[in-house]
Design a protein around this ligand. Structure first.
Ligand SMILES: Cc1cc2nc3c(=O)[nH]c(=O)nc-3n(C[C@H](O)[C@H](O)[C@H](O)COP(=O)(O)OP(=O)(O)OC[C@H]3O[C@@H](n4cnc5c(N)ncnc54)[C@H](O)[C@@H]3O)c2cc1C
Length: 450
């Protein structure tokens, strides 16, 4: 197909303004720039960068938000505030919840998953919306009302990183507050901690938990929390409170097939089985690990498949999962990577830019949002460096972080608030979530910029 010779530009509609939707938008721009019309539908006006939410209850970091309209415009697309309600795959039309009918040549469903109760009776933690409640629980612990606190994951949840981060942050917080009587336990159905990342990551997680004094129960299936115990498959663990990861369920769209949990089955190119011209990517698909980096890889496969359908490329890459995770620990973070039996852990970034959600296009963009030069920076994996100590890596990171903070302040003094904010963001990527006073500095600079 000569795309430039077509009478009308093919119209691609993306439903969902999360990780998969935005990565699809960016990948489509990279592959089909100017030859297609892209419309992004999402019910909310901002994209929220969720991974940092685990640091919020501890007064560190703050989930960052980015305007969807601006992101769409940066990629030559149109943003419409609307929710996809149903699809007529024969007629190639999508209906929104507010009654509009949108014709499409290709539709990308990236509507994510919804949290549901993971462990009955436990305090759920699924992101920023739960930060306040967790903060109140920590206050109770500080006052002595909680002596033993559990972090638990229900069976069927495969993305466990936030649970380990919450436990490690809590241990660091306990030390900072001098609460030597607060005991922490982590309860997981996994055979070994962080097992999705493979053996090297499990060893490192065991070491980190043990150093932090967190008791670990593996192969244990937590069922519900009652006022002084966590009921597990074959007994109970005495605790005063429990924090649990939510279980995720799909968000079925009328007119599209889904499994009994509401998830959409796709082929390795993201095509929905038996439905032409409609693709899906991200947490809403039936792939068992619901993770941002994987959502982005699925979105890349979808964009490539559509570009191939339109004749722009010949060999679309299928989805071949590589799991990349940045484990925040309350001190030096760990970079984890797993692909086909290989498991790597490093104190230094295993990919660049070193965002917590690793997406080929999304990560470079978020590292320098709205930068016209952004296409120049390419996402790339890096080799693990074995011979280094955490102290050495930490010292280098601290130095780099301090340099970036100094640069941020110097830029702000010159009135270059945009650049100052980018330096703050980069400092956060290098040294982990920034303390509250830096967050208020960012907000003040954002106001001046506006
Ligand atoms: C606390 C926490 C920490 C995490 N840490 C990490 C991490 O460190 N690394 C990592 O890779 N992943 C992490 N994740 C997981 C990651 O956030 C998700 O896997 C990722 O956001 C999934 O992307 P998605 O686009 O499929 O869904 P989402 O990002 O949830 O986006 C779905 C979008 O679709 C929209 N939508 C919903 N219904 C409709 C509709 N009917 N029509 C149109 N739009 C709709 C939603 O409003 C939203 O914009 C974490 C998650 C949590 C909660």
């Amino acid at each position: 197909v000569n795309l430039h010779a077509l009478a009308h530009r093919p119209r691609i509609v993306i439903a969902g303004g999360g990780v998969a939707g935005l990565e699809a938008l960016m990948a489509l721009k990279a592959l089909l720039d100017g030859t297609v019309e892209v419309e992004l539908l999402a019910p909310e006006v901002e994209f929220t960068y969720r991974p940092i939410a685990v640091a919020e209850p501890f007064g560190l970091g703050e989930a960052r938000r980015h305007e969807l309209g601006r992101i769409a415009a940066d990629h030559g697309a149109h943003y419409r505030q609307a929710a996809l309600a149903s699809v007529d795959a024969e007629a190639l039309t999508a209906d929104t919840a507010d009654g509009a009918r949108i014709p499409f040549d290709y539709l990308v469903v990236a509507t994510g998953a919804a949290p549901s109760v993971g462990i009955e009776g436990a305090l759920p933690f699924g992101g920023s919306a739960d930060s306040e409640a967790l903060g109140r629980l920590l206050d109770r612990a500080r006052e002595g009302g909680v002596r033993r606190l559990a972090f638990a994951a229900p069976t069927g949840v495969a993305w466990m990183l936030p649970l380990y981060e919450l436990a490690l942050f809590s241990a660091a917080w306990t030390r900072r507050c001098g609460l030597d009587r607060l005991e922490l336990v982590l309860v997981t159905p996994e055979e070994r901690p962080l097992e999705a990342f493979g053996a090297a990551a499990s060893r490192e997680a065991e070491r980190l938990l043990s150093e932090a004094g967190i008791a670990l129960f593996t192969g244990t299936d937590p069922r519900r929390f009652e006022h002084d115990r966590l009921i597990v498959a074959d007994g109970a663990i005495a605790v005063d409170a429990a924090i649990a990861l939510p279980r995720l369920v799909g968000r079925p769209v009328a007119g599209l097939p889904h499994d009994e949990h509401g998830f959409i089955a796709t082929d390795p190119h993201g095509a929905i089985r038996d439905v032409r011209h409609v693709y899906a990517a991200g947490d809403g698909t039936a792939f068992p690990i619901k993770q941002g980096g994987l959502a982005a890889q699925q979105a890349d496969a979808v964009a490539a498949a559509i570009a191939a359908q339109l004749g722009a490329i010949t060999h679309p890459e299928p989805f071949r999962p590589v799991l990349r995770g940045l484990l925040l620990t309350g001190a030096e973070p760990r970079y984890l990577r797993a692909a086909s039996e290989r498991s790597e852990v490093s104190f230094r970034p295993l990919w660049w830019p070193p965002g917590k959600i690793a997406g080929r296009y999304l990560t470079p963009y978020l590292a320098r949002p709205h930068d016209p030069e952004l296409t120049r920076e390419r996402f790339a994996d890096r080799q693990a460096v074995e011979l280094e100590s955490p102290e050495q890596a930490a010292a280098e990171e601290r130095e780099a972080g301090e340099l970036l903070l100094a640069l941020a302040e110097a830029s702000a003094r010159r009135g270059e608030h945009d650049f100052a904010i980018k330096c703050l963001d980069a400092a956060e990527d290098v040294s982990g979530p920034l303390p509250a006073e830096r967050q208020s500095q960012r907000r003040a600079w954002e106001q001046r910029r506006a």
